[in-house]
Write a protein that binds this ligand. Structure first.
Ligand code: FMN
Length: 191
């Protein structure tokens, strides 16, 4: 079908973070991406998400916190190789956006729906970046769940990391990945 949106959706693939090279999005492009990501379905207009931009030196500085968190987490001191990996975790791509899910109690927008909206924000961010020709990876890894890292990101009690979205120029086109057969996941309701 000759429809660019359908082609994008039908062929999308994640690109591994270390295959996302410079350049990343320009400031204007990033602004556009974040406006699109904050346009997702949002029951009761609660904006149950926010975005933390990690680029340039900020990635290395948070990497130091990540390495410290790794040392604190492990029983024995991690190897220098492991620590170098942790320090460089956010440096794998030129831009990383931490998408934060923030839930506030609401009578008619249950917590579950607010969390789903944050997931939608992650995916919209990916798709919009893909439409501009960038590769993306929506991942969490251990750092999304670590108290020290969350504190360094200034997350409040009601906030969680929905994902770190890595964005950059793809080094190559990723290979196809097997998808579930529709027959296995689709049914027609019968009473
Ligand atoms: C909330 C969430 C967290 C994820 N975290 C990770 C992760 O930590 N590591 C990982 O390899 N993939 C993670 N993934 C999966 C990748 O985003 C991606 O879907 C996977 O690599 C397959 O590629 P595809 O998107 O082309 O199917 C996560 C996906 C979601 C929705």
């Amino acid at each position: 079908m000759d429809n660019p949106v359908i082609s994008l959706l039908a062929s999308r693939r994640s690109v591994k973070p270390d295959r996302l090279l410079a350049p990343g999005p320009s400031p204007d492009e990033l602004d556009l991406l974040l406006r699109i990501a904050s346009r997702v379905p949002d029951h009761k207009k609660l904006a149950p998400w926010r975005f933390i931009i990690l680029e340039g030196d900020a990635r290395a500085r948070l990497g130091e916190v990540i390495a410290e968190a790794c040392i604190a987490e492990e029983k024995e001191r991690p190897s220098e190789i492991r620590l170098a990996t942790e320090r460089g975790r956010l440096m794998r791509a030129p831009l990383v956006v931490a998408v934060v899910s923030r839930v506030n109690p609401h009578r008619s927008a249950p917590e579950w729906e607010q969390i789903l909206s944050a997931g939608a924000a992650c995916f919209s961010l990916c798709l919009a970046a893909n439409a501009l020709g960038y590769g993306t990876s929506w991942i969490t890894e251990w750092i999304a769940y670590n108290a020290r890292v969350k504190s360094a990101l200034h997350l409040a009690e009601n906030e969680r990391i929905a994902g770190f979205v890595y964005i950059g120029t793809p080094a190559e086109r990723p290979e196809e990945r097997e998808r579930p057969a529709l027959a296995d996941i689709v049914s027609r309701w019968e009473p």
